[in-house]
Design a protein around this ligand. Structure first.
Ligand code: SF4
Ligand code: SF4
Ligand code: FES
Length: 236
């Protein structure tokens, strides 16, 4: 099978970018976009359709098992994980267009800088580790919240998220809900102004984030529970 891959190439955030077209051959229908990118990078002397050298494609991956979120890219206009996007699903398409997530600063090609996601959690007064206790009561909602991969796909489709804006989007409230479940009433009171600014006031509840989330997070459930705790000070 031959796939026509159009891959975004850009040296750095300041340089001009363009799609480079590669005809990629494979006999294995279990191959994903991540496998194709790996194979292209591991094939010395690869040429594009115009006979130009392809050169190493900048992109990020780690687990290759849909568990870390590192490989998120935009494929034919839809954000998703490269390691969970099978080439065979695009068989009937003329080409597979692979672009970087557009709401993060570009590092190179398909590789973006998602440091802002960690910074946003810090801004809410929460860190990825510590400050959290699993209890019988919060177990269920905290587990759902823990599924967030911090991939950033939700921000790509969120109509209200703009880079450098005040609103943090689902990538902010999905992981923070678990921390809310184990904070004391005093700590929640302290956190409320930041929550109002960065989560509650910005979300239009369109739930585009729910449809796209590769972790399948039950976004409306998390959002209503985190609002209940942070805004109306109800217990989870
Ligand atoms: S909420 Fe879903 S789409 Fe958004 S960062 Fe977390 S895992 Fe990714
Ligand atoms: S519900 Fe809508 S506005 Fe709120 S985070 Fe999700 S996509 Fe964005
Ligand atoms: S490489 Fe970890 S989710 Fe794709």
């Amino acid at each position: 099978m031959e796939y026509r891959l159009e891959i975004w190439r850009q040296e750095n955030s300041e340089s001009p970018g363009r799609f480079q077209t590669i005809l990629y051959q494979t006999g294995d229908d279990r191959e994903t976009v991540a496998t194709a990118l790996t194979n292209i990078n591991n094939t010395p002397g690869m040429k594009d359709i115009n006979g130009n050298p392809v050169g190493e494609i900048g992109w990020e991956c780690s687990c290759l098992q849909k568990k870390c979120g590192a490989c998120a890219v935009v494929i034919n206009g839809t954000p998703g994980l490269a390691c969970d996007s099978f080439l065979r699903t695009y068989k009937k398409k003329k080409s597979i267009k692979i672009a970087p997530l557009s709401k993060f600063p570009l590092i190179r090609d398909l590789w973006v800088d998602r440091t802002i996601l960690r910074e946003n959690l810090k801004e809410l007064g929460l860190t990825a580790a510590g400050d959290f206790v699993f209890t019988k009561k919060n177990n269920d909602i905290a587990f759902e919240s823990s599924k967030c991969l911090q991939c950033g796909c939700c921000l790509e489709v969120c109509p209200n998220y703009v880079p450098d804006g005040k609103f943090f989007g689902a990538a902010g409230y999905a992981p923070e809900t678990k921390f809310l479940t184990s904070l004391s009433p005093e700590e929640i009171k302290r956190l409320k102004p930041a929550y109002m600014t960065h989560i509650y006031s910005g979300c239009g509840k369109s739930l585009a984030c729910k449809d796209i989330c590769p972790a399948g997070i039950d976004m409306d459930r998390l959002l209503s529970r985190s609002n209940a705790v942070a805004v109306w000070r109800k217990k989870i």
